[in-house]
Ligand binder design. Sequence first.
Ligand SMILES: Nc1nc2c(ncn2[C@@H]2O[C@@H]3COP(=O)(O)O[C@H]4[C@@H](O)[C@H](n5cnc6c(=O)[nH]c(N)nc65)O[C@@H]4COP(=O)(O)O[C@H]3[C@H]2O)c(=O)[nH]1
Length: 514
Amino acid sequence: MLFGSAIAALVGGVLLFAAIGWVVWRESVATETAYAGSLAASLGQRAEGIFVDTRDLLAGFDRSDAPRCSADHLRTLQQAAVSRPYIRAIGYWQASERRCGVGFLPPEGLKPARADRIYDTGVIAWWPNKSTEVGGVQLFLMRYGDHDVAIDPRLLLDLGPLQQRRAGLWVEKLRLAASPWDAELPVPDAVSAGVTVDRGNGVVVSRFSRNDLLPIDVIAVEPLDSVWNRHASTLIAGAAFGLVLVALWFLLILRYSRHQLSLATELRRAVAGEHIRVQYQPVVELATGHCIGAEVLARWTRDDGEVMRPDVFIALAEEAGFIQDVTLAVMRIAVRDLTQLRREFPGIAVNLNLAPADLQDERVGTTLASSLAAAGLPPDAIKLEITERALVNSNTSRALIRDFRRRGHEVAVDDFGTGYSSLSYLQTFELDVLKIDKSFVDAIGKEAATSQVIVHVIEMARSLGLATVAEGVETAEQERWLQEHRVAFGQGYYYSKPLDLEGYVEFLRRRRTA
Ligand SMILES: Nc1nc2c(ncn2[C@@H]2O[C@@H]3COP(=O)(O)O[C@H]4[C@@H](O)[C@H](n5cnc6c(=O)[nH]c(N)nc65)O[C@@H]4COP(=O)(O)O[C@H]3[C@H]2O)c(=O)[nH]1
């Protein structure tokens, strides 16, 4: 069972780790996808900017007063060409002939053939071809007004550190530039605008299109692998860290489980070896101050002297499945002590705590009956306390409670108010006493919301015909309040802490003489 929870913890840890990994990976892909989209846009906007700047430059030349092809005119053109790396030459046209120009030109000057396009924007374009080739590079010519420029198309894409990315620039259907220059790229018509994740080909493809001056398209392609490569180190570091955490978590759970397991074994040994002790906490009649009995509380001191709290070791025995052995051990001591107590204090009774598992079969009931009979004690010498969570809706527990009462035991519901039992639910069980939980008694005289709940609990008990015992009474003020509200019995440090048998006998003697 304990190892079961260790395995569950491991599976939970691994699942959590996987979930975190998946989210990190998805975020990485999303970031990269967004970046790939913005890559096409930024490359496209830059190319567009070059065209617009060039058009403005050419318009400026047309406005200049310098006599055409004069030294002044050519100097102005030269300055403009030098300051723009993508401009290889600037020329002046008269009618349909290039008259003069500057730049890196063949000896006979540029003699471009017929223009390829004349756009409504006033731009005239020559696609790169043999007649625009200078120094082995076919240039893109763009004329506006009476001037033109020869642009090195390779410089239209500022590629920067592209890594495994590929990008291309199209003007109309013509691929003007690409990086790398022979990059395999889909044509713009085959790609929808924006960003597309093409898992089949393992790429993210983005397209940017603009038609302000010329119709341009930029396609950028990014392999999904490169997303992994870029984020691999972060993911691996995260994974390693996560694995270390899961391993630590598992070791911790394993250690805890082993500790619990060895603790359970030690407890089982203590129960079998009759090393479980008990203490008695007096229950007092509030109207008279008489002690009418006590609650039996189990005590366990470990082999190394450590005193274990009962709510810890009772839960451990429940989890490990031998709580009935603990109940029977406590019962044996209580019956033995009762024979002594009853000689001096006839009519005294003790309350025995039953765990939910004690109400699942008849073992506790039959052993209790035979033990009492063997000791010559009447059944009313032992009252039974059942926690609210033991009042499960089972026919067995209902029948067993009925049997206990038929045999003459009073049955109390313990820690009432800490569970979710309603009045109508309680009605379905045959009970005698309702023990009001300490948390409600604590709230007496305080402004806490629970301070009102106790009033309802008392009324509820009354309407069901149940006697009431207030648990955890610590002050005279609480006692007074409980008396005023006609609560029958009280138990708590105000009267006494749990006592060994000798201490309890002393307590009873003092109360008798008081
Ligand atoms: N602060 C404070 N505490 C007070 C006061 N009056 C009583 N108590 C404590 O409240 C607990 C009352 O027992 P419980 O509600 O049945 O709660 C018990 C009961 O549920 C369980 N338990 C103890 N013995 C047995 C047993 O033999 N069998 C089963 N099944 N459960 C047991 O362990 C729980 C804890 O027991 P204990 O540690 O002995 O703690 C006891 C007692 O020492 C008070 O005025 N102030």
